[in-house]
Design a protein around this ligand. Sequence first.
Ligand SMILES: Cc1cc2nc3c(=O)[nH]c(=O)nc-3n(C[C@H](O)[C@H](O)[C@H](O)COP(=O)(O)O)c2cc1C
Length: 157
Amino acid sequence: MNDVQALRQCLGKFATGVTVVTCADANGNPNGITANSFSAVSLEPPLVLWNIAKVSNSLDAYLSAKYFAVNVLTADQRNLAAHFAKSDHTRFDNVEYTTSANGVPLLPDTLATFNCRTHEIHDCGDHYVIIGEVNSFKSAEREPLLFFGSAYRAIAK
Ligand SMILES: Cc1cc2nc3c(=O)[nH]c(=O)nc-3n(C[C@H](O)[C@H](O)[C@H](O)COP(=O)(O)O)c2cc1C
């Protein structure tokens, strides 16, 4: 195992939730990418962040998007997590969604949704850190989807 693989494995010891970050690309087409790098940053002003790999095929869409949404997945939305982690550009074929007033695709029945305006983008190593100002948000009483040690998990009762 090389250093990068060892670091990735060690980082995988940090259990996270799972989100699909969505935006519209420059042509208005819906885009979505599974991301577990989501984190809270600030309450006043309300800021959140996530990181996108520079190698992502979706990079241009997120770097130019004025708005994006963080869709926090429920335990029974594992199929959406797997779907939006695939590298193809027909991601919203056969996926149910609505569109926000700002043109951002929104997944239904999420655990939480944060509608964001892109606030700052930082060039950091092999990723960009995208910070969003939360314009609106909602949540529901459901169980979260978790990611730990390269596998999807659910909270044990
Ligand atoms: C659980 C999970 C979390 C992920 N988190 C991120 C992330 O935070 N940032 C990122 O750029 N990619 C992340 N990925 C990888 C992307 O989902 C995936 O590489 C991408 O969708 C591939 O397609 P693209 O190159 O067309 O964007 C994650 C994948 C999984 C399965």
